[in-house]
Design a binder for this molecule. Structure first.
Ligand SMILES: Nc1nc2c(ncn2[C@@H]2O[C@H](COP(=O)(O)OP(=O)(O)OP(=O)(O)O)[C@@H](O)[C@H]2O)c(=O)[nH]1
Ligand SMILES: [Mg+2]
Length: 204
């Protein structure tokens, strides 16, 4: 098994997590295989320092295709690879932009086909929602958890733990999803990614 698909709601930090993971696995010069929704493929090379500026944004739906990083992983004397697939964020309700709808469809196809899934959840968002509601979980995340549990490998990244409300969000997620693996991460500071790396490393 060597394909790990990163999914989650728009803006959860999927692309940032992908970059952090690449960095944790020792990759500095990224080669992305971009697969557009019209089926066209393109190879893109980007130093990791520039990637954050170009590929992540505070605006939701900044990723609108599948982008795959093939990462070499040293295993004793042999060298193997793991493909990390960053996907377009999912959203609930009616999405007006057709390009975003297509990209979400592409994410769902990748999710269905995937054997290994990393699900990124914005823990700070959950923590904030808890201040006004006892049920802060989005239906979409609920569905992703149900799909994730059917996979051979499923890991939840409770992300943005550098933000003030995230601690409560992580606590709530851990209590709610007791039998799932939840790792508290910050794609901003890198916290938690050594542990994520250890899991992904085993998939190579
Ligand atoms: N404070 C904080 N901000 C984060 C973290 N991870 C991502 N962000 C910010 O959240 C925003 C969205 O990050 P992206 O990595 O683009 O999120 P995404 O899930 O790929 O978004 P889409 O592709 O639009 O679905 C950006 O402004 C990031 O800088 C984190 O751990 N902490
Ligand atoms: Mg993205």
């Amino acid at each position: 098994m060597s394909d790990v698909v990163i999914v989650g709601r728009a803006n959860a930090g999927k692309t940032s997590a992908c970059l952090r993971l690449a960095r944790a696995l020792g990759v500095e010069d990224l080669v992305w295989m971009v697969e557009r929704t019209d089926g066209a493929r393109e190879r893109r090379r980007l130093p990791i320092r520039e990637a954050e500026r170009w590929l992540t944004s505070g605006e939701p739906h900044s990723t609108r295709w599948l982008q795959t990083l093939t990462i070499p992983v040293a295993r004793g004397k042999s060298s193997r690879t793991v493909d990390i697939v960053d996907s377009a964020g999912l959203a609930e309700g009616r999405v007006r932009d057709e390009a975003v709808r297509r990209a979400m469809g592409q994410t769902l196809r990748a999710l269905v086909a995937a054997k290994a899934v990393l699900h990124v959840i914005d823990a700070a968002d959950i923590g904030r929602a808890l201040q006004v509601s006892p049920s802060p979980f989005h239906a979409l995340d609920e569905q992703l958890v149900a799909i994730g549990r059917t996979k051979a490998f499923y890991l939840i990244l409770a992300n943005k733990i550098d933000l003030p409300s995230a601690d409560r969000g992580v606590e709530w997620l851990r209590a709610r999803l007791r039998d799932a693996r939840v790792i508290a991460t910050s794609a901003k500071t890198g916290a938690g990614f050594d542990e994520v790396k250890r899991y992904v490393w085993k998939l190579a």
